[in-house]
Design a protein around this ligand. Structure first.
Ligand SMILES: Nc1ncnc2c1ncn2[C@@H]1O[C@H](COP(=O)(O)OP(=O)(O)OP(=O)(O)O)[C@@H](O)[C@H]1O
Length: 774
């Protein structure tokens, strides 16, 4: 018996092109529709109106073409004809789609006829169902803004269907008409960081990363409900619950399309190079960039951002890349790199590198800043790694039922790169800021824990994520007022979401059908975020300061000296690193097998070469025998190493002395130059202040050196956080359980002290998290 679908009836009544053509081309094709058309008195009228409109359009175009120049008129006629042709084609295509849709409903149900984009992708198809009852048709809604919670062919969706973001192909049937979608997306991806955006601004790029199924999930018998196809399409399928008899054996699903989607086999390096490497390049050119991970608790945000010792994440790879690029370009000018690391926990902002009182946010011309946040100047990747590790130790963490080392706070690492160079008669200064954000997991109260402190944390996390989604909604809808002030997180993200910034969102999802709700929610917001446009980034944060001829030489000299200084500091840091390595080797070769962990604890920097050296020595089996019985060859090796250490120590001492002397001379010279300049030119006062500040920092080092204890780079940077200081609320250690019970807040160092067996990647040197997916 012929069936008329709701879409057909709506189209017949509303005069959709394909439905109006149907009765003429296929007489008697659908009794229901024809009866409705016959009884609809407006049907003929609408057809006439459409013909008249078409005629009027053609007439207008002919008129325009006759008025224009010959060649131009020819073009416009061709265009009009082309446009009409396209229109007809489009119509035909739509008719075709409509007919197919109709067939899918009325024809005997077969797998080929009914599989739609919303269902599992072709590769994942289940064997053809025997009975038509098992197959559900996912019809496309007639109106793109129609809410999905209207059932379509038996599917009940809970999220609104969004319009496609500009530059992205729309999901579902719109794929049919977008041959160039991939190219457009790739172009969009290629534009990041280069600032090659249109005047209206650039779009937030959204990526999805699927993590592997965890051991727990496998044990719970969960199935994979996510499939990624072509590295961009995400198919989400919900399997009906066995106790839900009404919807037994039915599946519901959804299809999303993102700038790129990463299957569970994707490496950290691939994720970094696709999502963030262009932003790093942009930052070096004076543009701001932000990467943030969003997703449910345990979905892999921290893994993506920090990673493990073996598989470092985006933060670590970005820092390494940044320093490598700066080193390559050291001849072009002087780069300075500063970083800060903060967390938003229970709506308070805390400095992770120098824990103390909560910080206040204030707005200034640079955007929203945390007053009193410490900015460290870093000269090498290893220094940054140490700072990152130190910050992670202070980050609030708490095992939840879903994730044993769940991050209970949003962490923001900001790296500011300042570049200065002489260009003819002017000083060019460029400042770029890279923000790397690991958000706390969105979660359901029951999915995590219901203990008081946890539920307060959960409520605050959800509140700030809700504020984030309100901002995303307001930005997508083009509202004038964006509610950034609703939470600390959105205040801090203001620049990244609505300012001049290249922004990347990585949505992390779990494959397990037990997390279907969370995954759908994450994908929904990621899909929505695709539509946010940030402000145009046509110009970099660049300042050009003209200097008069007589000052040019002095300014050049100052820059050269500053560059040389920073190179010397880098050299010093490298030498100290080498010394540490050799010392560790010596210790290892002197130690017995039982003592061997000691030196490894001393090497806190995640340096792969160190590990290799250490491993090769361990493989050499040279410490299994006591000193007396040690073979002569081993003793010779030890002596050789010791000799090397002594030589290197002497060399480093010599270099230190030389560097200090050079630094002292150069500092004095710079100060002298600036003083002279300042006395002639009041404008130079700013420069003077800056240099004097640096010099004052160095003075402390000089004093220390004079007292015979030169501080290592790590000392230099960790010194603002005094080691022996009055204890504050945040500093109370893991041996104060009462305080923990009262405040209920734990940092990763507390967790490390209390639960040595639960190894978080954030607790390991270099963030190595041993508890990988099993
Ligand atoms: N791509 C991946 N490959 C291997 N293991 C992963 C991957 N993603 C996540 N994991 C593992 O899954 C577990 C949870 O990941 P992670 O802690 O990063 O989640 P999260 O989203 O940060 O959670 P929360 O919001 O609670 O902090 C970890 O054990 C991590 O090692």
């Amino acid at each position: 018996m012929p069936v008329s679908t709701r879409a057909q009836q709506a189209n017949a009544a509303g005069g959709q092109p394909w439905s109006s053509a149907a009765p003429a081309s296929a007489p008697g094709h659908d009794g229901g529709v024809r009866r409705e058309i016959l009884t609809n008195h407006h049907h003929g009228l609408k057809e006439k109106m459409r013909a008249l409109t078409l005629f009027y359009e053609q007439h207008k175009q002919q008129l325009a073409s006759s008025q224009g120049a010959g060649a131009r008129s020819r073009r416009s006629i061709q265009y009009a004809a082309g446009a009409m042709g396209r229109d007809e084609n489009g119509k035909n295509a739509e008719e075709d789609v409509g007919a197919k849709r109709h067939n899918a409903v009325v024809a005997p149900v077969s797998e080929v006829a009914v599989l739609r984009e919303n269902m599992a992708p072709p590769e994942e198809r289940a064997p053809p169902p025997k009975s038509s009852n098992n197959v559900i048709v996912f019809s496309r809604p007639a109106d793109p803004v129609e809410k999905e919670n209207v059932a379509h062919g038996g599917i009940a969706m809970s999220c609104p269907v969004s319009k496609p973001a500009p530059g992205l192909p729309a999901p579902v049937a719109r794929k049919l008409s977008l041959g160039g979608g991939v190219a457009a997306r790739l172009k969009a991806v290629g534009e990041v960081g280069t600032g090659n955006t249109d005047a209206a601004g650039s779009r937030i790029l959204v990526f999805v990363r699927l993590r592997p199924m965890s051991r727990k999930e496998k044990e719970a018998g969960s199935r994979s409900c996510v499939k990624i196809v072509n590295k961009k399409d995400v198919y989400l399928t919900e399997f009906a619950s066995e106790t839900d008899y009404l919807r037994l054996k039915r599946v519901r699903g959804r299809h999303f399309c993102f700038d790129s989607s990463f299957p569970d086999t994707t490496t950290q390096a691939e994720v970094y190079s696709t999502t963030t490497s262009d932003l790093v390049e942009g930052v070096l050119q004076g543009r701001n960039g932000t990467v943030f991970c969003y997703g449910a608790t345990g979905a892999g945000k921290t893994y993506t951002m920090l990673g493990t010792m073996e598989n470092p994440g985006v933060m670590v790879l970005a820092i390494k890349d940044l320093f490598a690029k700066v080193r390559q370009r050291s001849h072009e000018g002087n780069h300075s790199i500063q970083l800060s690391y903060l967390e938003v926990y229970n709506e308070t902002v805390r400095d992770l590198l120098s824990p103390g009182r909560p910080l206040l946010l204030r707005e200034d011309k640079q955007g929203t800043v945390a007053a009193g946040l410490t900015h460290y100047r870093a000269y090498s990747t290893d220094e940054v790694m140490k700072l990152l590790q130190q910050g992670n130790q202070n980050r609030t963490t708490e095992p939840t039922r879903v994730n044993e080392t769940s991050s209970r706070s949003h962490a923001i690492l900001q790296v500011i790169v300042e570049y200065r160079s002489m260009d003819g008669g002017s000083i060019v200064t460029r400042v770029g800021k890279l923000s790397l954000i690991d958000l706390a997991g969105s979660e359901r109260a029951l999915a995590t824990d219901q203990r008081t402190q946890r539920s307060i944390e959960g409520a605050n996390i959800n509140r700030s994520l809700l504020a984030l989604s309100s901002c995303i909604n307001a930005l997508v809808e083009g509202k004038k007022h964006i509610p950034y002030r609703n939470s600390k997180l959105t205040q801090l993200l203001k620049d990244s979401l609505g300012g001049s910034c290249n922004t990347v969102m990585i949505a992390n999802i779990s494959p397990s059908n037990l997390s279907f709700g969370e995954t759908q929610n994450t994908l929904h917001w990621a899909d929505r975020a695709k539509e946010i446009k940030t402000k145009a980034l046509t110009t970099a944060n660049e300042e050009v300061l003209k200097v008069s001829d007589c000052e040019t030489d002095q300014a050049k000299l100052v820059l050269e000296l500053q560059k040389e200084n920073s190179e010397l500091r880098q050299q010093l840091a490298r030498q100290q690193q080498k010394l540490l390595t050799v010392q560790a080797q010596t210790l290892a070769s002197n130690a017995s097998p039982q003592q061997s962990p000691a030196p490894s604890a001393q090497i806190s920097t995640p340096c792969s070469t160190q590990r290799k050296v250490k491993r090769s020595i361990l493989a050499g089996n040279c410490f299994n025998t006591p000193d007396s019985k040690r073979p002569a060859a081993d003793n010779a090796l030890v002596r050789d190493l010791q000799r090397k250490v002594r030589t290197m120590e002497a060399e480093i001492e010599k270099m230190k002395r030389e560097h200090l002397l050079q630094l002292k001379q150069k500092d004095e010279f710079i100060r002298d130059l600036i003083n002279r300049k300042a006395s002639n030119d009041p404008e130079a006062a700013t420069v003077e202040r800056r240099v004097v500040t640096r010099a004052s920092v160095r003075k402390a080092q000089k004093d220390a050196a004079a007292a015979g204890e030169l501080k290592s780079p790590s000392h230099r940077f960790t010194s603002p956080a005094p080691t022996a200081k009055k204890r504050t609320f945040w500093d109370i250690g893991g041996n104060s359980p009462s305080t923990l019970a009262v405040h209920g807040r734990k940092t990763r160092s507390h967790v490390a002290a209390e639960t040595p067996k639960v190894t978080s990647m954030l607790l390991q040197p270099g963030f190595a998290r041993q508890r990988a997916i099993h």
